[in-house]
Design a protein. Sequence first.
Length: 493
Amino acid sequence: MANANVRVRFCPSPTGNPHVGLVRTALFNWAFARHTGGTMVLRIEDTDAARDSEESYEQLLDSLRWLGLDWDEGPEVGGPHAPYRQSQRMDLYADVAGRLLAAGHAYHCYCTAEELEVRREAARAAGRPSGYDGQCRDLTAEQRAAYEEQGRSSIVRFRMPDESITFTDLVRGELTFTPENVPDYGIVRANGAPLYTLVNPVDDALMGITHVLRGEDLLSSTPRQIALYKALIELGVAKEVPSFGHLPYVMGEGNKKLSKRDPQSSLNLYRERGFLPEGLLNYLSLLGWSFSADQDVFSVAELVEKFDIADVNANPARFDLKKAEAINADHIRRIDVAAFAEACEPWLRAPYANWAPEQFDRAAWEAIAPYAQTRLTVLSDITANVDFLFLAEPVEDEASWTKAMKPGAAELLTTAREKLAAADWSSADSLKEAVLAAGEVHGLKLGKAQAPVRVAVTGRTVGLPLFESLEILGRERTLARIDAALAKLAAAA
Ligand code: GLU
Ligand code: ZN
């Protein structure tokens, strides 16, 4: 569906760390914009000075860039509706609030928090809807003057129409909200600060947004925004009400809604564990959407080609870490080996790596990289898989040692050392033959025979293919490590 008129927005508030729910929203907006040939707007909803931070703002932009989710209008790139940070647009909101008041679409409400609470309780007790009861809707000039006289402050409330609001959600179909469920609501605080309820639809209107795609948690604000939109159209601020599509909830462990506070939901976690951006985007796109019945691994280009908001499913999506990892593993296999080697770089240095920069051996790394590429699930696993190449001595993994160095291990190692010393070191096959032959001497199959060799040389029971690893490490170092292990076994005996 090519439609260059499509204008979508991603409009995060810069609070805390980016989480997967937020990124899923960004992704669906971006994919829809790219699929249709429309425009992606990035707007920063930073009207809450107490919660917003510059650090979160930087992190957001950095995360989007890392994922490759670019924007056509917004911070740093500018655009016809700049500025794109709401903290720089306060005059606009004050102006619109003034016009809504003047036209009677909004009014001053003088009720105190305590008064509202008392009336809410009474309504609840009587089984009536407990939202705002409209007490200040039609105050006369005298009543207002009297309240002002008493020194009461007022908020600005939007006057909801006394009729049902129906709209067709792009994901959920037709929805109707009755007036008793959508009471008049505040749009400006007593101190003059405009609220999300005002600034979000006002900016959507001013920026010509055609499709609002966002999380289901915001569904209850949609009838309010539609009513506000209609008032804005009357005032000439908006042209038409956008379409809305509410993306399904994401469920975490135990079928509970994945919350921002769940460690699993932090984007940084996936980045630090070494998800590829393409792998993560692939997985996140499956939270409420599917590529096809028989394919769930695809490139970003394929996603863009296929993505349509009409295909998003309304049912809650389940966040499945195992599946995310499996998909990431597939993406690791898909890139070429040079790209893989480069993507691993951060984990080949401090703070992840515990070898000194001068111990790093690029030739050895390039030789081992192809074996690692077909085995890793996340890039951060690379560090432990190759450290035996760069550290002076293998790591001492106690559990591995205990498991592999059973009685008979010293004898096996002694024979293996002899055979390896005589082997052809330009061929991993010849090294395998050597260990196989050593096993035969002691009545051990290859699997059992290679375990003590692996632990002696790499420190661990699991790792990359052993004989290629030995070949890359080289004859001298391999034999020296077997000698060291034999000495350690002898000392313990
Ligand atoms: N700033 C709002 C949020 O992050 C945006 C909601 C919306 O998309 O309308 O929740
Ligand atoms: Zn009131």
